[in-house]
Design a protein around this ligand. Structure first.
Ligand code: CP
Ligand code: NVA
Length: 300
């Protein structure tokens, strides 16, 4: 039997992803009503974090607990992974004892190798290449506030990074337009752009990309692992800060999104992230609800 992993959005059919978004909205209401719903009683999710995390860590931990299950937090340094035990062995051992594994790591291939040897579902909690769980929460947030996302225009401003890559996949799958504005040297992976070309348009100019958009979204200019490029990136991305002048070019009802953590005064101004168009904290909370829907689908 093949194991259903969630490595990128393409691992699930569009209809299943849409159902997950609807289910996330239902589970959110259920939780807020105080109802107890524990379909994952006695189930365990192993969480392996090779990079820092606030939202992903807390949302998976609390999500599993609310669904009646539990988590194990396995930092590479506390396990034999840090001493070089092969991922192929680690995957077979851990997956023989738990019901699911969530991994945040650097090289995407480490995640796919783990998944190849795992006997239980593996969830991508962010790699250098993709962050699909973030997109579940982002789409849930759009649907809650604006309804169907099909046909919407979303402007990505800044670095063509892992979150941008998952946005490009989402644009094709959910059929919205994604305008991606980056400095020329920081465009997203061209192969991925080609795969999503019907829905993705590249721009050098942030102002052109955001004009009339329904959502303006950005992310840090220096992702985890790129800390030593901070200064060169700050210089390269000048002109790509989402400030009030840029937001004013988008639709008057446009939302501002950011996966967080945010760096005020860099990729976004304080005024925009704290302003009334910003939905960043709803997005962050929705990580919990969207991943509960995902966990229920994969593990129940
Ligand atoms: N957005 C997001 O994944 O946040 P964390 O790095 O805090 O998990
Ligand atoms: N692009 C960022 C996202 C953090 C959630 C990073 O990889 O650090």
């Amino acid at each position: 039997m093949t194991i259903q992993h969630f490595i990128t959005l393409d691992d699930l059919p569009q209809s299943t992803l849409s159902n997950l978004i609807e289910r996330a909205i239902e589970l959110k209401a259920l939780t807020k009503s105080g109802a107890i719903y524990e379909p994952l009683k006695n189930k365990s999710l192993a969480m392996i974090f090779s990079k820092s995390s606030t939202r992903t860590r807390v949302s998976f931990e609390v999500g599993m607990r609310q669904l009646g299950g539990g988590t194990l937090n396995l930092s590479p340094n506390d396990t034999q992974i840090g001493r070089g035990e092969p991922l192929e062995d680690t995957a077979r051992v851990i997956s023989s004892m738990v019901d699911g594994v969530m991994i945040r790591t650097d090289e995407h291939q480490k995640l796919t190798t783990f998944a190849d040897f795992s006997s239980v579902p593996v969830i991508n909690g962010l790699t250098d290449d993709f962050h699909p769980c973030q997109l579940l929460a982002d789409i849930q947030t759009f649907v809650e506030l604006r309804g169907a996302i099909q046909g919407a225009t979303i402007a990505w401003v800044g670095d063509g990074n892992n979150v941008c890559n998952s946005f490009m996949n989402a644009a094709r799958i959910f059929d919205f337009t994604l305008n991606v504005a980056t400095p020329v040297d920081y465009r997203p992976n061209q192969t991925l752009v080609d795969c999503n070309q019907s829905n993705v348009h590249l721009f050098d100019c942030a102002r052109t990309a955001v004009t009339g958009a329904d959502v303006v979204v950005t992310d840090t200019w220096a992702s985890m692992g790129q800390e030593n490029e901070k200064d060169s990136r700050s210089a390269a991305f000048s002109g790509f800060c989402v400030d009030s002048d840029l937001m004013a070019l988008a639709d008057k009802d446009a939302l501002f999104m950011h996966c967080l953590p945010a760096y005020r005064g860099m990729e976004v101004s304080n005024q925009v992230i704290e302003g009334k168009q910003s939905v960043v904290f709803q997005e962050a909370e929705n990580r919990l609800h969207a991943q509960k829907a995902l966990l229920e689908h994969l593990l129940a």
